[in-house]
Design a protein around this ligand. Structure first.
Ligand code: H79
Length: 587
């Protein structure tokens, strides 16, 4: 072979090796840069969402009529023409707005960051914008930039801050998208002469995103929403702006296939952790924006348990407040935030900077963990003290040094290991009605054997509190009710809600039974792999009944999953049944 050619070949080999190495090193750098960027966010676990805009004024009512649904959607839901909706700005004067009060309350509640709507789908900017006069400083009598005030207070108070920006939907602009644009529906306002999307993206969205990133002291988060109708070109134009801010955290809603920095389950808690960073966004009542007659408030207890549940799965909670047109938080929100704060002041340690639970399921509550040096803290969140007085931590092997009450470390608990479980003696007094946090201090490594349901004496028992409940974002949600010894799944009314159990079993034929109480007849579908049973649930009368649903066959040993779903076509406006247990009986 020609020597020159050989040298050239070698050189090529070296160059490609080198560039591969470089690539790898760069990837590692990027990884750690990403982890560094996410560090505060992962530590934070709890943030406040604020939906505030012109829609706070109609607050769910238009021309004397109550408009169904989330209040910030009123312009679309009531099909309000642009010129008419614009008039809301003329009277928008939230003179009770007090950034300091908001931030201090968020802080007291234990929230570590705030994300506020800088522009929602209605297109109205809640900040001073040069790119569009349709903003709070230029279009309203309120001569202040509330987001600037908020940013200043956040800086002072050490509160992280993010802005929500509706990049695709903008119902005010001829080029903005609207919710059913993909179905080829015209905008409801015939006077809005349509223009190409890029006119709006380049003329308003890009300049405004530049403004918010430039003028508010360095945002920590940019929260995109509703990517429907976005194009890759439009998304790239916006991404080019955010690329200049390497520490900016963005969500996965800029453009559909793009992952962003975190996933965003909306109005539902995923039954298990997700595969990369995630944040549940959730309303305290039903609406994001203020809606004066929305009284469907979640209780403080539900909210605290939700936060704990999410932390135990490794996610964040972004809990929403919809301030009024005068600039105040609704009373019901303030009450709840104060009560959550009361709990967080004593128990925040079991939330911040924790990792997901190492246990499969804990019938009495949840668990979060934190490693500190050579010590691991297990935070046992006890929702219900077991009636027999023993809190069983299943399948734990560890060098336990101490078990004590988080809110009062002088309060120690008696404990012992029994048949591979850690048994903690319940106190005679309940320390916290909602959630008592017990710390298990462990030296060195620990191992956990899963308490996943399995075949035992010919049957597999799948209790309600071991079900993964897959609820849809919108609609009624199935919930787990009752205490640990007799939990039931209630409010199973949405045909999109799936109940699923994971378990281990051996091959064979099994009879599927369910312990239920039902007053309404309805269809239910049972699925295991590609096997499907469709059956009717009869009226069970006064009491719970063990109903036979059908038969299935398990062909391979190991992990299985079985799911129950209201049958297709079952409108299920009343709840299908109360469900206490599913049982697989080997035939
Ligand atoms: O900002 C909040 C919501 O306004 C926004 N995301 C959260 C954070 C959001 N936009 N769309 N959705 C949530 C999904 C909801 C769609 C619905 Fe509708 C709006 C269901 C009923 C009203 C659109 C209009 C679909 C049906 C009618």
């Amino acid at each position: 072979m020609n020597r020159l050619l050989l040298i050239a070949l070698f050189a090529l080999l070296f160059v490609s090796c080198d560039s591969k190495k470089e690539e790898k090193a760069k990837k590692n750098d990027e990884l750690s840069a990403h982890d560094q960027k996410m560090e505060w966010w992962r530590e934070a676990r709890f943030g406040m969402f604020i939906h505030w805009g012109l829609y706070a004024d109609p607050a769910g009512e238009w021309k004397g009529e109550r408009i169904n649904g989330i209040s910030e959607w009123i312009m679309a839901r009531a099909e309000i023409p642009v010129k008419e909706y614009e008039k809301l700005a003329e009277n928008f004067n939230p003179d009770k707005f007090d950034a300091e009060a908001w931030v201090k309350l968020a802080k007291y509640a234990g929230m570590k960051y705030i994300v506020i709507t800088s522009k929602h789908h209605d297109g109205f900017a809640m900040f001073h914008s040069k790119a569009s006069k349709y903003n709070i400083v230029d279009a309203t009598p309120f001569d202040r930039d509330p987001l600037k005030e908020l940013a200043d207070v956040c800086k002072r108070e050490g509160m992280r801050l993010g802005f929500y920006y509706s990049q695709a939907q903008d119902w005010h602009e001829p080029g903005g998208t609207y919710w059913n644009i993909e179905e080829g529906k015209p905008h409801w306002d015939p006077d809005l002469e349509r223009e190409p999307l890029m006119n709006y993206i380049n003329g308003k969205a890009v300049p405004q995103v530049k403004e918010i990133l430039e003028n508010y002291g360095g945002l920590d988060i940019l929260w995109w929403d509703t990517p429907r109708g976005m194009t890759e070109e439009a998304a790239n134009a916006l991404k080019a702006v955010t690329d200049d801010y390497p520490n900016l955290i963005t969500n996965n809603r800029l453009y559909r296939p793009w992952p962003g920095d975190f996933q965003t389950p909306e109005q539902h808690v995923p039954p298990t952790g997700l595969d990369y960073d995630w944040e549940v966004c959730m309303t305290m009542n039903t609406s994001w924006g203020y809606k004066w007659y929305d009284e469907n408030w979640k209780s403080t207890e539900e909210l605290i348990k939700m936060l704990v549940d999410i932390a135990s799965k490794g996610g964040n909670l972004l809990l929403n407040v919809g301030p009024t047109a005068t600039g105040e938080f609704p009373k019901a929100s303030v009450e709840r935030l104060k009560e959550i704060g009361h709990w967080m002041q004593q128990n925040g340690k079991s939330i911040y900077g924790t990792s997901a639970s190492p246990f499969y399921k804990l019938p009495w509550g949840r668990c979060t963990t934190k490693k500190e040096g050579g010590v691991t803290n297990l935070y046992l969140h006890v929702f219900d003290w077991p009636k027999d007085g023993l809190l069983k931590v299943p399948g734990l092997e560890a060098n336990v040094r101490d078990v004590y009450l988080l809110s009062n470390p002088k309060q120690h608990f008696a404990w012992k290991f029994e048949e591979g479980d850690l048994h903690v003696h319940a106190p005679s007094v309940i320390f916290n009605e909602i959630n008592t946090v017990v710390v298990v201090k462990i030296r060195g490594e620990m191992t956990v054997t899963s308490n996943k349901p399995h075949l035992k004496e010919g049957s597999v028992l799948l209790p309600a509190d071991f079900a993964d409940i897959y609820n849809p974002g919108y609609g009624e949600h199935a919930v787990l009710k009752g205490s640990s010894s007799n939990s039931i799944i209630a409010n199973w009314v949405d045909a999109r809600t799936r109940l699923e159990w994971i378990f281990d079993a051996e091959p064979g034929k099994y009879r599927v039974e369910a312990l239920v109480w039902s007053a309404e007849r309805g269809g239910v579908t049972v699925r295991l792999g590609d096997q499907k049973i469709e059956t009717e649930i009869p009226d069970t009368g006064e009491d719970y009944e063990l109903l036979k649903l059908g038969e299935i066959e398990i062909t391979e040993s190991g992990e299985q999953s079985i799911s129950l779903l209201p049958a297709t076509g079952n409108t299920c406006d009343k709840q299908l049944m109360y469900l206490e247990l599913v049982k697989l009986q080997q035939q």
